[in-house]
Design a protein around this ligand. Structure first.
Ligand code: SF4
Length: 369
């Protein structure tokens, strides 16, 4: 099969598909009949899906299960809060052609596919994914042309949707096209597939990825409970093929918003050769207020982690500035100007004065010589 098994691009089909997914969740014991009926309006508005693999990671006895909370819809998604946006990180402001988001000079996001094997209830692209499965051939050609014509584009980030729902043959075509563009030196793929649908990562797919190096895989994962042995084996197979693995995690209220939970996740990732890269502050997507922490809470958690875990295990805490102004570091300040020097906080919270006189001394030494 060359394309993911996705329905034709019609709102009617999206509604039907959402309804079917709710029914399936009911059969899996994830929803009661009454809940399923109450959630129809959510499924009409946003994509709904969970893979059998991820459904199998849910503890049905736990009403606060961290995997269920990420994928099983909730009526609170219909409550919109002031400040929430349909396009919270301003993708559409930076879309010169369909499927390309060009926010920073040296890299573009390329979204050839807009479906995912699971739909995260907090997704910042929740109003774009699920409803328009794939770019058409003409749209794909225009997107590739855009990349070809800008020699400043050094990196292409395949995102979506989840690019690894494409068949190996389709993905190979795309990667081969990108590899013929001299100025594109690095390819990155953002995906959840190795964890939520590891059976899709076949030897053939790994071969396609391996031959497109340098290619980085950035795994979206938010809780250690998402991993079973098959997912771990899949990540090892990707690493064994020479593909660098990084992770991105969204800070989510009542799912992973504690130093203990994140410490467990980040240690686990490093032990399995996946380098934590970003911890995202949750975006202000519509209907996602129940997932958001405050920035101060995020800073307190990341400050605590600094004193507890190896630097290898620590991602950068970042926030996407609403309106499309890009990502900024969101951690608290460890260094502040003080007199002629700086006050620097150590990992225990104590402050130390640092006299930044090195540059001056070097200048004086040179002058004497
Ligand atoms: S996998 Fe990524 S793009 Fe897909 S629903 Fe989740 S957050 Fe959104």
């Amino acid at each position: 099969m060359d394309t993911p098994s996705i329905p034709a691009e019609t709102p009617e089909n999206q509604e039907n598909q959402g309804s079917r997914q709710l029914q399936q969740m009911q059969q899996q014991g994830l929803l009661s009949p009454a809940n399923r009926a109450a959630l129809e309006p959510v499924a009409e508005r946003f994509g709904v899906a969970i893979t059998p693999h991820m459904a199998g990671r849910i503890d049905l006895q736990n009403p606060a299960d961290p995997v269920a909370a990420q994928f099983v819809p909730d009526a609170r998604e219909l409550r919109l809060q002031t400040g929430e946006l349909s396009d919270p990180i301003g993708d559409h402001r930076h879309m010169p052609v369909k499927g390309i988001i060009h926010r920073y000079p040296d890299r573009v996001l390329f979204t050839p596919v807009h479906v995912c094997p699971v739909y995260c209830r907090f997704c910042f692209r929740r109003e774009d994914v699920g409803s328009q499965p794939l770019l058409s051939e003409a749209e794909l050609a225009a997107a590739l042309d855009y990349i070809r014509q800008d020699p400043g584009i050094w990196e292409v980030i395949l995102s979506g949707g989840d690019p690894l729902v494409l068949s190996p043959r389709r993905l190979q075509q795309l990667l081969t096209e990108l590899r013929t563009i001299d100025h594109v030196k690095v390819i990155r793929i953002h995906t959840r597939v190795p964890v939520v649908s590891p059976e899709r990562v076949t030897a053939e797919l790994i071969d396609v990825l391996r031959t497109a190096q340098p290619l980085y895989i950035v795994l979206h994962t938010n809780h250690v409970q998402e991993f079973d042995e098959q997912a771990v084996r899949t990540c090892h197979a990707l690493a064994d093929a020479g593909l660098p693995l990084l992770s991105q995690t969204v800070l989510l209220k009542d799912i992973n918003d504690s130093a203990d939970t994140l410490e467990t996740l980040f240690r686990f990732l490093i032990e399995n050769r996946i380098r934590p890269y970003y911890l995202h502050h949750a975006d202000q997507a519509r209907g996602t207020a129940h997932f958001r922490t405050t920035l101060a809470e995020g800073q307190a958690i990341t400050d605590e982690l600094r004193g507890r875990i190896s630097g290898l295990c620590q991602p950068q805490y970042v926030i996407d500035i609403p309106g499309g102004h890009g990502k900024s570091p969101a951690g608290s300040n460890w260094v502040s100007a003080s007199g002629n020097g700086y006050r620097i906080r150590d990992y225990t919270g104590s402050e130390h004065y640092f006299a930044d006189n090195t540059a001056e001394e070097v200048t004086q030494t040179r002058a004497k010589a």
